[in-house]
Design a protein around this ligand. Structure first.
Ligand SMILES: Nc1cc(CSc2ncc[nH]2)c2nc(N)[nH]c(=O)c2c1
Length: 374
């Protein structure tokens, strides 16, 4: 019995969206779901209690970062990542390959794994499918990701084909190296760029290995949104209905809705927490850059339609003042609001699926948020 199982509850009659539930050793969560990112064992500026208060039941963390600092041995000795960070919900950890390519130089990828330079100390390091499994086993995450290569966008077909075939061989090595599949679910990651037959090959290779869930990787790497949507349209066809589908690194409110419409169940993105730290907020009427001078005497909430702690207690003028004064409390208020906004957005998506009207909801949300503006 896998540690992670999926329950398909219903499919939206108006779109390809699915209402489901994922069960892990640390609880269950409804899908489609947005997962806050806590790269270094914290969702930046938020306490675990606040993440729970916002309504999140699963967060992400990073194998690469925690391996480098503080080291998986310390986290293992603490009793695992849940105990170390005092979070008793579910945790998904990415496998490190993507972070090596986005953070380190001196990268040399070969069949055995990836040689690179530690982006903090400069020392030469090596990460392999086996090492990525060993680290995630030590972290004790509920959902582990296979070690993959996420090629740059765009990539030549020949390079992408060789990379997909290596990522499939690495996936098999991950399954062999994974110590406790009964305690931690391991998801395979589909690659293949924008090439339909490579996405089909990757999906067939990985679904033949029968992972408890599948991620669609290699997207949200700079490609236009219509390319991402086209790749989703044909890739989900080759994924089983009874397993979760996780679109990595996505995203913005429009991509969360469009990905849900295309049958994606799980999303993550650093966007809401990252833009919050420079004073940019997501609101039901579009983005609001609260540090702008025009809000200096605006005593209304960030979003008049939001019931979050920030919007019920603090004004744009006050939050602008804190951000301009580099007061940490300001970042906490914007981060709390942005995460609450996306968690609530996914609740609305799930409600729209229940009512078989996600297509109508998309039109209403896009209109109010301003996505349709030329
Ligand atoms: N866009 C994108 C984002 C991420 C990071 S997801 C994440 N890790 C930690 C937080 N969020 C990816 N990760 C992997 N392993 N493979 C990918 O193809 C890929 C693509």
């Amino acid at each position: 019995m896998s540690a992670v199982t999926y329950e398909l509850i219903k499919t939206c009659k108006q779109t390809g969206a699915r209402l489901g539930k994922v069960h892990t050793p640390h609880g269950s969560f409804e899908t489609p779901v947005f997962m806050p990112v806590g790269t270094l064992a914290t969702v930046k500026t938020m306490s675990p209690e606040e993440i729970t208060e916002i309504g999140s039941k699963i967060i992400l963390s990073n194998t690469y970062h925690l391996w480098l600092r503080p080291g998986e041995d310390i986290i293992r000795e603490a009793g695992g990542l849940h105990k170390f960070m005092n979070w008793d919900g579910s945790i998904l950890t990415d496998s490190g390959g993507f972070q090596v390519f986005s953070l380190s130089d001196l990268r040399n990828i070969e069949e055995k794994g990836v040689h690179f330079r530690n982006h903090i100390s400069g020392e030469k390091l090596f990460l392999s499918p086996e090492k990525a499994m060993q680290i995630q086993n030590a972290l004790g995450s509920d959902i582990m990701m296979a070690f993959d290569e996420c090629p740059p966008y765009p990539a030549e077909h020949k390079y992408m084909k060789d990379s997909v075939e290596r990522t499939s061989r690495w996936a098999e090595r991950c399954l062999k190296a994974h110590e406790r599949p009964e305690d931690q679910g391991l998801f395979g990651i589909i690659q293949g760029g924008e090439y339909e037959e490579l996405r089909k090959q990757s999906a067939k290779d990985l679904t033949s290995l029968d992972f408890p869930g599948y991620a669609i990787g290699g997207l949200s790497v700079g490609e236009p949104k219509d390319v991402m949507n086209r790749v989703l349209d044909f890739t989900t066809h080759w994924l089983p209905d009874n397993k979760p589908r996780y679109l990595m690194g996505v995203g913005s409110p429009d991509s969360l809705i469009d990905g849900s419409i295309r049958g994606i169940d799980m999303f993550d993105c650093v966007l809401p927490t990252r833009i919050a730290r420079n004073g940019t907020c997501m609101t039901s009427n579009g983005r609001l850059v609260v540090r702008n001078a025009k809000f200096a005497r605006d005593f209304s909430p960030l979003d008049p339609n939001c019931n979050c702690h920030t919007c019920k207690n603090y004004s744009r003028a006050y939050i602008r003042h804190l951000i301009k004064a580099d007061e940490t409390f300001g970042l906490r208020l914007t981060t709390y609001h942005n995460l609450y906004f996306l968690v609530k957005l996914m609740e609305q998506v799930r409600e729209a699926i229940k009512a078989d009207r996600l297509g109508d909801f998309r039109e209403e949300f896009f209109e109010q948020y301003g996505f349709n503006k030329p």
